[in-house]
Design a binder for this molecule. Structure first.
Ligand SMILES: *Cc1c(COP(=O)(O)O)cnc(C)c1O
Length: 364
């Protein structure tokens, strides 16, 4: 028997969360962002739930090939554009749309031989200083692209670094609006946070939104808003079984480093999930966990293959009980992945993406 651990991808939740993004920006087309193997969920496993999207956005060319291999004939956008000249051949062959964020990419395009002109998204650096042209150089880049026979339609794109917080998007939005004023073409601005928090703001024209994390059921601005606040449903559940029970006396410790010491007699369940499965080692004693649908807590250090949970208040739980590390228990209770990420001092993005290869995954 394989180790009793598995993850479940919830197709209906993906569908629901996609609809939720549309509701937040009713006039926009939706790129379902499926980079990083659909945030760890698996491109092939999320495809059914997200196929009502208008396009798929990602950045790995091999992932673009996988989306085409699923039979997707619609738009696919490379969020970082091409990395070398021969990537353009794949763009021509698979009909990929690509981001253009620097002169080197325009140079490659100018030398590219193709019968099919490319649809490109010209990216502005509106203040995040990762990818894109600064506002004052944006029009010149547009003019150069616009003169290339290799280029078909040009759309305009930027990415906000503070859409989830108090700084918001006003400043970068103003820079973008000014630099793109009167330029003809579609606009793509909003990730999940910007879509949910700002897509309805005056002056935000969002022809194409780019939600990622919200599709997978995590709140982009947790803890200010929870997934429930935004009407999002968990798309991933991670569950493992209790494979041993220990009875502790006061003074007994649990796990490596004896970081948890019992101050009274207690029952401890040992769960077949550890950091080699993608569960963060850094999660401290007290990280929430569901055991047979009831909220409990982890105890002591997370090991490579196991972690310990408190069964003291759960007399019916024991060997074979199911621990839900995040997501939905079979009893219907939900442990938001955002709560676990918070205990780990990180964001749900990182937990989802870190789900280990060795964990079997099923889609429901
Ligand atoms: C990852 C990414 C997104 C999606 O961001 P979320 O915060 O997951 O919604 C959108 N746009 C770009 C350019 C990205 O790289």
């Amino acid at each position: 028997m394989p180790r009793p651990i598995h993850a479940t991808i919830h197709t209906a939740a993906l569908r629901h969360n996609l609809a939720r993004a549309r509701q937040a920006a009713p006039d926009a087309q939706v790129w379902a962002v499926v980079k990083a193997n659909a945030y760890g969920h698996g491109i092939e496993r999320v495809f059914e739930g997200l196929r009502a999207a208008d396009g798929f956005a990602l950045l790995d060319l091999a992932e673009a090939e996988r989306v085409r291999a699923l039979g997707w004939r619609g738009p696919i956008l490379l969020l970082e554009g091409v990395f070398e000249a021969r990537d353009l051949e794949l763009c021509s062959r698979l009909g990929l749309w690509h981001t253009v964020h620097c002169d080197e990419q325009i140079d490659m395009l100018a030398l590219h031989k193709t019968h099919v002109p490319h649809r490109v998204f010209l990216k502005m650096n509106s203040g995040m200083n990762r990818l894109g042209y600064r506002p004052e150089r944006y029009r010149a880049a547009w003019a150069r692209l616009n003169a290339l026979p290799q280029v078909d339609e040009i759309s305009f794109m930027t990415h906000f670094g503070n859409a989830d917080g108090p700084l918001g998007i006003a400043e970068p939005m103003a820079r973008f609006a000014q630099a793109t004023q009167d330029l003809p073409g579609e606009r793509s601005l909003c990730n999940s946070a910007a879509t949910l928090r700002h897509a309805q703001d005056a002056g935000v024209r969002a022809d194409w939104i780019r939600p990622g994390i919200s599709l997978y059921g995590s709140s982009p601005d947790f803890p200010e808003h929870s997934a429930v606040d935004w009407g999002l449903q968990a798309a991933m559940t991670l569950q493992a079984q209790v494979i041993a029970v220990q009875q502790l006396q006061a003074g007994d410790s649990v796990g490596y480093g004896a970081s948890f010491v019992a101050d009274q007699p207690m029952r401890v369940g040992v769960v077949a999930c550890g950091y080699a499965d993608g569960y963060p080692r850094i999660c401290p004693t007290g990280t929430p966990v569901l055991v047979d649908g009831q909220r409990s807590r982890t105890l002591g250090r997370v090991s490579m293959d196991m972690l310990a949970v408190d069964l003291s208040d759960l007399p019916d739980a024991g060997f074979g009980s199911t621990a839900t590390l995040w997501g939905l228990s079979s009893q219907g209770a939900c442990l938001p992945i955002d709560d676990v990420a918070q205990a780990a001092g990180t964001v749900a993005y990182e937990l989802m993406c870190a789900l280990a290869q060795r964990v079997p995954v099923v889609a429901d």
